[in-house]
Design a protein. Structure first.
Length: 243
C-alpha cells in the first residue's frame, strides 16, 4: 500500500489567485476542476487548458463584499447581452444588487473599456486574465464542504460528490457551452484515489458544555468536516469499488 499524501499543489500563478480570494472572504469554498486537481482526483492540464476559479458559498455575499472582491482584485462583472444598450451596444452601468440576484456570478480581470492597448499591453493583460465564478443559487451546508491543510494554509473545498454531480449534469447536456470540457473531466477521474479521499473527509465535533440532555450528557455540535491526509492511502481499485 502506498501512503504518500494525495494532494497536488497548483502552479504558483493559480495558487496565488485562489488563496488571496479566499483570504479576503471566508464565505468562499473552492470547487470545480481546480479542487479535484488539488485532491488528485483528476489531473488538470494547466499547459493546454485555462481553468475558471469556481467557488460555492456558505452564505450569500453582501453588496459590500462583492464590491470589495471586484475592487481589490481589479475584477469586473462579466457582462451578458442585457448589459449592453440595445441600440448602439454601449455598456450599461451594472447594479450590484441586480448581480446578486443571478444564479451564477461571473467575474473577470478588468479590461479598460474605451482604451486602445498596445500589443505589449494586450499581451500583459492576457497573461493576467482569469475568471472567477460564484454559484449563487444554493449555499453549501456544513456537510457539503470540508477544511483541508493546503501546504500550511487551511482552505475550504467543496465535497467531491457535489462537484461530480454538477459535472455529470453539464457533461451530458448539449445546451452547455463547455460540455466537452466536463465530459473530459468525468473520463479522467482517478477512481484509485477517489474513494480513499472521500473516506478521509470526517466530521469534527465540539462539546457544548452549556447544553445538556435530561441525563446530564453534554451535546456535541458539528463544527465542520476536515480532511485527514494521513488516512488517504492509495489502494487497489479492484478491491475497493462499492459497485
Amino acid at each position: 500500500m502506498n501512503t504518500k499524501p494525495l494532494i497536488n499543489r497548483l502552479p504558483s500563478i493559480w495558487e496565488d489567485r485562489f488563496l488571496a480570494l479566499m483570504a479576503v472572504n471566508d464565505k468562499l469554498v473552492l470547487g470545480g476542476s481546480v479542487a479535484l486537481h488539488i485532491l488528485n482526483i483528476i489531473k488538470y492540464d494547466f499547459k493546454n487548458r485555462t481553468p475558471d476559479l469556481d467557488f460555492s458559498l456558505t452564505e450569500a455575499l453582501s453588496e459590500d463584499e462583492l464590491s470589495a472582491l471586484v475592487d481589490f482584485f481589479n475584477l469586473s462583472i462579466l457582462r451578458g447581452i442585457n448589459d449592453y444598450d440595445a441600440i448602439d451596444g454601449t455598456p450599461q452601468s451594472i447594479n450590484m444588487s441586480d448581480v446578486l440576484e443571478r444564479e451564477l456570478i461571473l467575474l473577470e480581470t478588468n479590461y479598460p473599456i474605451g482604451i486602445s492597448l498596445t500589443d505589449e499591453e494586450w499581451n500583459e493583460y492576457k497573461n493576467k486574465y482569469y475568471k472567477v465564478d460564484f454559484f449563487n443559487n444554493t449555499y453549501l451546508k456544513k456537510k457539503d464542504w470540508f477544511e483541508l491543510d493546503y501546504f500550511g494554509t487551511p482552505i475550504k473545498l467543496t465535497h467531491p460528490s457535489i462537484i461530480f454531480a454538477a459535472k455529470m449534469k453539464y457533461a451530458t447536456d448539449n445546451r452547455v457551452g463547455k460540455q466537452y470540457k466536463h465530459f473530459q473531466d468525468i473520463q479522467n477521474i482517478n477512481w484509485d484515489n477517489y474513494f480513499p479521499i472521500i473516506k478521509s473527509i470526517n466530521p469534527h465535533y465540539s462539546i457544548d458544555a452549556l447544553i445538556k440532555d435530561k441525563n446530564g450528557n453534554c451535546y456535541y455540535t458539528l463544527e465542520k468536516y476536515t480532511f485527514d491526509a494521513k488516512q488517504a492511502d492509495i489502494v487497489d481499485i479492484n478491491d475497493k469499488l462499492p459497485f
